[in-house]
Ligand binder design. Structure first.
Ligand code: GLV
Ligand code: MN
Ligand code: MN
Length: 431
């Protein structure tokens, strides 16, 4: 049955469905800009709802506006969950997240076409705000689903225009009043998320499918540096209280922790996998004027490593740098996201491995490899609720969070075949 589901995945149908969703927020450079809960994202959600209903799915939504597309099983057992997210970075690609959601719907289309009835229901989820670029932190929808108490804090998160996540969420929920509301933290039998790798490992290994063993740890910080706005031409250097000078000094201390020369360290299969990765991606400067000394500079720090102890040391170094370069009252550090490393259970890896092996073999392609994920994913929080795993397909040039993000159509189809096999097998498993 799992093989039949896999063989009924339809390449052209999946390709067309990826292209159709990419039009929501599509950019001239080929990328997609569809940040969470914007008008464009809400339109994309309506499109997904219509697509799921056309496949015969019941559509449901929870308090964090996570959308669930449900194909019933023979029995009303806890469902098998698959899917990902439909929001993108400010400048993102067509596949980061969208691929997992649409491949999930393709699995349902394949099961319908093959006339397969599963024991358990299957639900395809489109999680809210995985990216975290508009409202921090990332993986809001999936982490709130896993632990609903998190939602109250998330509701207070504010975007750069001053809009509260809670208000954007309420508007999205009001626009979905024709959709049944379901509780969060519902029991799930298992979860498999399919995603593009977003890194260079599969391409370098020249294999189309990866069995993801886990996800590296991540911490996000906001660093707010205070100064005094003053005239750029008249204020002597000795008396300035320059917020940018403090921010730059802290940034230099941080970059010294993660030298580019360290790249290449780590295990042989995944160069650099064990290194500290550091990104200072979002800066706001007030008043942001060429001839005024900055009165306030706020920047974010994204730290990642497989080894959480490395992040303990990096966090301590960040806090030390803040006290080294300014009086304590002038710098405020807030950690607003942290998650230790995630390891998927071996039984789930074995399921995914079987599916990937069969899909690769039928297609005459190289056998799957195991790898860890450098990016975080919704699956890391779902893993707290039920046995979870992930499948990766290659990213050309390892590029993602970029309009040029791309994956061969044949690899995208192969990933969907591996997903169909895994989901069908899990959905037919006896309790
Ligand atoms: C997800 O988008 C991440 O930043 O890892
Ligand atoms: Mn993603
Ligand atoms: Mn992303």
């Amino acid at each position: 049955m799992a093989q039949r589901a896999q063989d009924h995945v339809d390449g052209p149908r999946l390709t067309a469905s990826l292209a159709a969703l990419a039009r929501f927020g599509g950019r001239e450079d080929g990328g997609v800009s569809r940040q969470t809960l914007t008008e464009i994202d809400l339109a994309a959600r309506r499109h997904l709802v219509a697509q799921a209903r056309a496949l015969g799915c019941e559509v449901r939504i929870d308090d964090c506006a996570n959308l669930f597309f449900r194909r019933p099983g023979r029995e009303d057992l806890p469902p098998v969950l698959t899917g990902s997210h439909a929001d993108t970075q400010p400048v993102g690609g067509k596949y980061d997240g969208a691929y997992g959601v649409l491949a999930g719907l393709e699995v349902i289309a394949a099961l319908n076409a093959a006339g397969i009835e599963t024991l358990r229901p299957i639900e395809v989820v489109s999680w809210t705000n995985e990216e975290g670029s508009r409202f921090g932190p990332g993986t809001m929808g999936s982490s709130a689903f896993a632990e609903p108490a998190r939602l109250a804090t998330y509701r207070e998160s504010v975007d750069q225009a001053g809009i509260r996540f809670g208000d954007a969420l309420d508007a999205a929920l009001a626009a979905s009043d024709d959709v049944t509301r379901v509780p969060m933290a519902r029991p799930m039998a298992a979860c498999v998320e399919l995603h593009i790798e977003q890194g260079p490992v599969l391409e370098a290994a020249a294999v189309p499918l990866g069995v993801v063993t886990g996800i590296q740890a991540v911490r996000w910080f906001r660093v707010e540096c205070a100064g005094t706005m003053a005239h750029a031409g008249t204020t002597p250097m000795a008396v300035r209280r320059d917020a940018m000078a403090v921010a730059v000094a802290i940034a230099q201390d941080l970059y010294a922790l993660a030298p580019r020369a360290a790249a290449g360290s780590g295990d042989a299969g995944q160069p650099g996998a064990a290194e500290l990765r550091l990104t200072l991606g979002q800066w706001t400067v007030a008043p942001n004027s060429v001839n005024t000394i900055p009165g306030k500079v706020t920047f974010t720090v994204d730290m990642r490593c497989l080894d959480d102890a490395m992040l303990d040391r990096a966090e301590a170094a960040l806090r030390l740098a803040c006290t080294r370069h300014a009086p304590a009252t002038d710098v405020v550090v807030t950690r607003f996201f942290h998650r230790g490393p995630t390891y998927f259970p071996e039984a789930m890896l074995a399921s995914v491995q079987r599916a990937c092996e069969r899909a690769s073999e039928v297609a005459g392609r190289g056998a799957p490899v195991r790898l860890t994920s450098g990016a975080f994913h919704d699956a890391m929080y779902v893993a707290d609720l039920c046995p979870t795993a992930m499948i990766f397909v290659p990213s050309k040039g390892g590029i993602s969070h970029n309009a040029a993000e791309d994956t061969d159509a044949a690899d995208l189809v192969l990933g969907a075949r591996a997903l169909a096999y895994t989901v069908a097998e899990l959905a037919c498993r006896q309790p």
